[in-house]
Design a protein around this ligand. Structure first.
Ligand code: NAD
Ligand code: GLY
Length: 352
């Protein structure tokens, strides 16, 4: 088992290791005295992993409750959020009790936000079961639900007590879901530097899963320690996301988040070359790597269409944005610009 300690407004451990799911109870009891533990999960993960999680928690003395919602991004909304809060209240969960977020990024974001708000904040742990959640969303304390007006528009920073990541649980992921997680890993490849990027070129993520998760989380630990509340360097984690989110919205969620991030990374690196920030050699290398992982590098949408989405995006519509621009492996930087400059980046980025 590998342990990575995150120091933010709360200090907590991320435990990564094969078979850890069945040790959930004893690992949790190290940081939270046995109490009521409300497992929040989605319908797919429930069928696969609730029973083992529940058994382990009960063996360690926790009394378990279970709230299950339909799998998918469309459940990450205020209605399900309200249902979960009412469930906890009906079962009289108190401030000394615990929420267990068992699932991918949708479960983690929703359950984390429930934990942040219920009784003005109770403790929660994250058990990520997708690659995306393992390398990114389960760590760092960003929680949220989507509003009708946009993605992740209501949320809170609320750190977990513990993250338990058992890479064996990723074995049941549909191939497309695993691949979209690889997009976030490739993002880390560009952010972290040459050695990690090369290892992703030479060895598939699936053949070095535990090491990849640990490398990504160790990088995110450092970023979160320096900028928990996303005012500066944490925004580097948005590499590929500004354009990616516009594609995601325009595709009306037919494309997965990671697929859109891959398209966003491809677009931003193409434009970065034309704007003189990055070499054509790195662009070609990154595009080849994205394709090697079976991810898209092009979109059917035009620069005008995506620019219109960016202008209506509540999070970026006003004033200045900071675009993450790749210059070298390990050398990405935040480039502040008026939103109107995005049009040129989009035009250059989409020109194949
Ligand atoms: P997800 O949670 O919807 O999981 C994808 C699908 O895989 C779902 O149908 C789920 O039921 C299924 N699944 C989960 N684990 C499984 C397993 N082990 N075996 C089989 N099926 C399994 O989506 P995701 O890709 O994990 O996360 C996307 C969400 O994460 C988005 O809402 C995004 O906004 C959010 N996100 C948050 C952060 C953050 O820092 N908080 C970072 C990145 C993304
Ligand atoms: N995934 C972006 C962040 O945690 O900041």
């Amino acid at each position: 088992m590998k342990t990575i300690t995150v120091s933010a407004s709360k200090t907590y451990e991320v435990l990564v290791g094969s078979g850890l799911l069945d040790q959930t109870g004893e690992l949790t009891a190290r940081v939270v005295k046995p109490c009521k533990a409300a497992i929040i999960t989605d319908s797919t993960v429930d069928a696969l992993y609730t029973e083992r999680t529940r058994r382990s928690l009960e063996q360690a003395g926790f009394e378990t409750l279970l709230f299950v919602f339909p799998a998918g991004e469309s459940s990450k909304n205020l209605t399900v959020f309200g249902q979960a809060l009412n469930f906890l209240a009906e079962h009289r969960l108190s401030r000394s009790d615990l929420i267990v977020a068992l699932g991918g990024g949708v479960v983690g974001d929703l359950a984390g936000f429930v934990a942040a708000v219920y009784l003005r904040g109770i403790r929660f742990i994250q058990i990520p079961t997708t690659l995306l959640a393992a390398v990114d969303s389960s760590v760092g304390g960003k929680t949220a639900v989507d509003l009708d007006t946009g993605k992740n528009l209501a949320g809170a920073f609320w750190q977990p007590e513990l993250v338990i990541c058992d890479p064996d649980t990723l074995a049941t992921l549909p191939e497309r879901t695993f691949r979209e997680g690889c997009a976030e890993v490739l993002k880390y490849g560009l952010l972290i530097g040459e050695e990690f990027l090369r290892s992703l070129e030479e060895t598939p993520v699936s053949d070095q899963l535990e090491a990849v998760i640990c490398t990504c989380i160790a990088y995110k630990r450092d970023i979160v320690a320096g900028d928990e509340f996303d005012r500066g360097q944490r925004q580097l984690l948005n590499l590929g996301h500004t354009i990616g989110h516009a594609v995601e919205t325009k595709a009306d969620y037919r494309l997965f988040h990671g697929e859109c991030v891959a398209i966003g990374m491809a677009a931003v690196i193409r434009a970065a070359v034309q704007m003189g920030h990055c070499s054509a050699a790195l662009r070609d290398r990154v595009l080849a790597l994205i394709r090697k992982y079976g991810l898209p590098t092009e979109t059917e949408f035009t620069a005008d269409e995506l620019y219109a989405v960016c202008c209506s995006d509540k999070k970026i519509a006003s004033g200045t944005i900071r675009l993450v621009v790749p210059a070298a492996p390990g050398g990405c930087r935040l480039l502040p610009m008026p939103v109107s400059d995005l049009r040129e980046w989009l035009e250059k980025g989409l020109a194949v």
